[in-house]
Write a protein that binds this ligand. Structure first.
Ligand code: ATP
Ligand code: MG
Length: 291
């Protein structure tokens, strides 16, 4: 089992998590430079990604969930900058298509899990099925689910399916880290206003974000339940304070770097025979240089 970082932001596995107690602003330690710390963590991630690729036994899945404008996109960009693009796969999950709705709720993400040796990133994920769908249960009507719809049983079964799914994936060599970027209602409001006021940010503004904000309390209740039910020793959640973006990016990068380091990934060593073969091939190549 992976030794996930025991950070103050890790959601406990005993179901005691409370959104009201989760900070949206991290404590700062004086003159600590977040941008410099982010650069250092990204450089560690970049080196470890090379090892993950060479090792080719494990894969890493980073799941990001958050309210709108919490900074998912910019955090993903920041923590993966400098990492070999060939070793990363980023997928964003929006409202499901008709084809996706015709399958079970884990199907569309399963098809996009990272291969061994890669880092996969889910910008939103199957967790939407217990977040936005729980806030708007009318979305279930489009899912053509079998049998009677009993909401309470349905949510309990979805949490169970997610826990089992992640356990299976973890046993198969997937290292799953989940980040909830925890932005406050006030800060989200400021960011949405900025998207209206700043012409360069207008393209990011969606009126739907304002209507969804009216359901804030319901979203927080759904996050609380989902994180309580699905933070496990094999796939923990980290509730990262998101009101200060540089601090948030740094914290996410440091948690990823620490997790990758705990895997103790060696560069694979060649067996003796291969070493002898390499010596022989080296002699052949050197002889060609002389010739
Ligand atoms: P941006 O930062 O650009 O707004 P985004 O991730 O919010 O990025 P959008 O296209 O605005 O992207 O939103 C995607 C929408 O799709 C979200 O409102 C999300 O709740 C919704 N969505 C994702 N998965 C599901 C799902 N399984 N069922 C219903 N809605 C979903
Ligand atoms: Mg959006």
């Amino acid at each position: 089992m992976v030794d996930f970082p025991a950070s103050p932001y890790r959601v406990p596995y005993d179901g005691s998590f409370r959104v009201a107690k989760a900070p949206t602003l991290a404590e700062t330690d004086g003159d600590d430079d977040d941008k410099e710390a982010l650069r250092a963590a990204v450089s560690r991630i970049s080196d470890l990604q090379g090892r993950l690729y060479a090792h080719n036994r494990l894969a890493v899945l980073l799941i990001f969930q958050a309210m709108d404008a919490a900074g998912k996109d910019s955090t993903i960009r920041a923590v993966l900058s400098g990492v070999n693009p060939a070793g990363c796969q980023v997928h964003a999950f929006k409202s499901p298509s008709a084809e996706e709705l015709d399958h079970d709720f884990l199907w569309r993400t399963t098809c996009r899990l990272p291969e061994r040796g890669r880092i996969g990133v889910f910008n939103r994920s199957y967790y939407e099925e217990v977040l936005v769908v729980r806030v708007h249960p009318e979305l279930l009507a489009a899912q053509s689910l079998p049998g009677e719809l009993e909401p309470e049983r349905l949510w309990a079964e979805r949490y169970e399916s997610i826990r089992d799914h992640e356990r299976h994936l973890a046993r198969s060599g997937l290292v799953i880290l989940k980040f909830w970027l925890n932005v406050s209602l006030e800060e989200q409001t400021r960011r949405l206003l900025r998207r209206i006021d700043d012409p360069k940010r207008n393209y990011k503004f969606e009126s739907r974000d304002v209507t969804e904000q009216a359901h804030w309390a319901d979203y927080m209740a759904s996050y609380e339940l989902a994180l309580r039910q699905t933070s496990t020793p094999w796939a923990p959640w980290y509730a990262i304070p998101a009101d200060d973006k540089p601090k948030m990016r740094r914290l996410v990068a440091e948690h990823i770097a620490e997790t990758l380091e705990s895997l103790h990934l060696p560069y694979p060593e060649l067996p003796r025979r291969s070493r002898d073969e390499l010596d022989e091939l080296r002699r052949t190549l050197k002889a060609r240089l002389k010739g």
